[in-house]
Design a protein around this ligand. Structure first.
Ligand code: PLP
Length: 374
C-alpha cells in the first residue's frame, strides 16, 4: 500500500504530469511570466465556469481577502461579522486594515456560520458580513443575502475551501464565491484546485469593484506607472496559472472522487455513536475539501489522532483554537460551540488519489480504535 497523505500531491502530479509539464513548458517558451496569457485564460475559464462577470487572480487567498476589503474602502473601525471557528486569514486581514472582526457562532453539525446568530450582532458600525464556506460546503446564503440587503451591508464570501460548491435553493443559486458582492478563493497546493505554490482569485459581478480590485492587485495602477489608489504587488504567476489551467478540466472528476471517499466514510462511521460524520446542508453541494468528524469527547479525539498516527495515518485538527482565543486576534466573547468544536474535530485524509485499499485501511483502523476503547 502507498503511504497515506492528507492530500497526495505526488500521486496527483504523477497522473497529470504530461499535461502540467506541457502547460508549464509553454510559459517557459513564451517567457510571459508576469500577467501572461495563461493568467488571462484562467480568469476567463473560471468566469465562464462559475458564471461570474469578473475574476481577478492574485498572489494568494489571504491577499484576495485583503484586496476585497481594500476595494470596499470601509471606514476605519467598521465591524465585519465573521465566524470564530475558521482559518485565521479573515481576522488577520480585517485587523491589518483597521477593521473589527465581530465573531459569530457556528452550527455544531455543519460547522458553518450560524446565520440566525448574525442579526443580533449588527450594530450601527457594522458594514459587512464575511461568511466562510468551510470544509467544502456553503453557508446558508439566501437568508444572509436578505439580511445584508435589509441592513445595507456588504457580503464578502471566503470560498477558499469550497471552489465549485453550488448553492441551489428555489430562491437563490450560484457557485461559492459568486453570490455576495465579492468572493475570494485560494489555490494553495492542497486546495481542491491547487497550484504549485501560492495563488488566489477574487470574484465579483460589480464592474466598479472589479476595476478597483484589478488595479489594487497591481500596485494600484490603471495605466503603467500611473498609481491612482494604494495597492499591492499581488499577481498570480503565469506558471501557476498554467498549472491551474492544466488541472481545471479535472476538477469535476476530483470532486466526484472526493464525494465517493466521503460516502464510504459516512457508511462506515455513520452508525457509530461515539463520533459524528459531517452533516450536509440542504442548500449547497459539498466538494469535500475536508472530511471532518466530531468525536464524542476531547480525550477521545486526541487518542484517536495519536492512534491513527501510530498506524501511519495522518489526520489534522482544523482548527485547534477559535479565533477569539488566538493571541493576535484576542477578544472577550463567549462562543462555546466554536470553543468546544476545536477540542473534538478531526479531519481525515481525503483526496482524489486515496485508493480503496487506503480507504479500507483508514476505516478498519478507526473501527479497531473504537472497538478497543469501548
Ligand atoms: C478558509 C480560508 N481562507 C483563506 C485562506 C488563505 O488562503 P492562502 O493560504 O492562499 O493565503 C485559507 C487557506 O488555507 C482558508 O482555508
Amino acid at each position: 500500500m502507498r503511504s497515506i497523505k492528507m492530500v497526495d500531491l505526488q500521486a496527483q502530479y504523477a497522473r497529470l504530469s504530461s499535461e502540467i509539464d506541457q502547460a508549464m513548458k509553454q510559459v517557459l517558451i513564451q517567457v510571459d511570466f508576469i500577467q501572461g496569457s495563461a493568467v488571462k485564460a484562467l480568469e476567463s475559464a473560471l468566469a465562464e465556469r462559475y458564471q461570474v462577470k469578473h475574476v481577478i487572480s492574485c498572489a494568494n487567498g489571504t491577499d484576495a481577502l485583503q484586496l476585497a476589503f481594500m476595494a470596499l474602502d470601509l471606514p476605519k473601525g467598521s465591524e465585519v461579522i465573521t465566524p470564530a471557528f475558521s482559518y485565521a486569514a479573515l481576522a488577520e486581514v480585517l485587523l491589518l486594515l483597521d477593521l473589527k472582526p465581530v465573531f459569530v457562532e457556528v452550527n455544531p453539525a455543519t460547522y458553518l456560520m450560524e446565520v440566525s446568530a448574525v442579526e443580533s450582532l449588527i450594530t450601527a458600525n457594522t458594514r459587512a458580513i464575511a461568511p466562510v464556506h468551510l470544509y467544502g460546503q456553503m453557508v446558508s446564503m439566501e437568508p444572509l443575502l436578505a439580511l445584508a440587503k435589509q441592513h445595507n451591508l456588504f457580503i464578502v464570501e471566503d470560498a477558499a475551501q469550497a471552489i465549485g460548491s453550488q448553492y441551489c435553493t428555489p430562491g437563490e443559486h450560484g457557485f461559492a464565491g459568486t453570490m455576495g458582492h465579492i468572493g475570494t478563493t485560494s489555490f494553495f497546493p492542497s486546495k481542491n484546485l491547487g497550484c504549485f505554490g501560492d495563488g488566489g482569485a477574487i470574484f465579483t459581478n460589480d464592474d466598479d469593484l472589479a476595476q478597483r480590485l484589478r488595479s489594487m492587485a497591481n500596485h494600484g495602477q490603471t495605466v503603467k506607472y500611473q498609481h491612482d489608489v494604494l495597492g499591492l504587488n499581488s499577481r498570480l504567476d503565469t506558471l501557476q496559472a498554467a498549472v491551474l489551467m492544466a488541472k481545471l478540466p479535472h476538477l469535476y472528476e476530483f470532486e466526484k472522487s472526493r464525494r465517493a471517499v466521503a460516502a464510504r466514510y459516512d457508511e462506515a462511521f455513520g452508525p457509530m455513536d461515539v463520533l459524528e460524520v459531517p452533516s450536509r446542508t440542504v442548500d449547497s453541494s459539498h466538494v469535500f475539501h475536508q472530511y471532518t468528524i466530531t468525536c464524542k469527547t476531547a480525550p477521545m479525539r486526541d487518542a484517536l489522532k495519536l492512534y491513527l498516527s501510530e498506524q501511519g495515518i495522518p489526520s489534522m485538527i482544523y482548527y485547534p483554537r477559535p479565533l477569539f482565543l488566538q493571541t493576535a486576534y484576542q477578544q472577550v466573547v463567549s462562543l462555546p460551540i466554536s470553543e468546544d468544536l476545536c477540542t473534538r474535530v478531526l479531519s481525515l485524509p481525503i483526496c482524489p488519489e486515496l485508493d480503496v485499499e487506503q480507504q479500507d485501511y483508514i476505516i478498519n483502523n478507526i473501527q479497531n480504535f473504537i472497538q478497543k476503547s469501548q
